[in-house]
Design a protein around this ligand. Sequence first.
Ligand code: HEM
Length: 172
Amino acid sequence: MVLEHFGQVAWDEILGDTGLDDGAFVSAQSYPDEVTFRLITTAAAKAGLTVDQTLHAFGRHWIKAADQGPYANVMRILGGSLLESLMNLDRMHASIQIAMPGAQLPQFTVVSQDSRSIELAYHSRRAGLEPFVCGLLEGLMERFHEQGSIEFSGSVGDARMFTVTFAAPVNA
Ligand code: HEM
């Protein structure tokens, strides 16, 4: 996202500011969350955004990037609608776990749904990623040309609850 919006120089500066270099990252490896959050915090400061705004933007970006890059097939198989994609998400993430044993993947459960809304429970060992989830859900809505809004409505026990509200009734 940094490369796309700000270019290589900005990315190199962010890596420099966080004491990292490009060689430190290998695709499909796991890294300490502390490194990821350091990158996000530094990128946010550079872009003049809050961390939450950056996470939100990155969620939207990830759906587009996954759709257009090497994960295009995974995204296609994931589902033909927002609801179907959400219902298949855990199975898709679980298949990644085999190739990335160090990954700590989230869990998503569709708690209820009708033509107007979807209520979704999100479980994760990580704190503070709710804006990222909102961005991902917005990206998915956009992917299926569905209009509406996403709301994080708070926690129920360990579950963090999100409501997707469609602007017009949607056939599942
Ligand atoms: C091609 C599609 C996708 C791939 C390959 C993928 C893969 C991954 C991987 C590798 C991680 C990092 C886990 C770790 O290293 O600990 C992750 C995290 C995550 N994924 Fe996906 N994912 C995809 C699509 C989605 C979609 C559509 C959502 C929609 C809600 C989603 C929600 C998340 C969230 C919220 C996390 C953060 C981890 C956490 O909450 O603890 N992913 N995913």
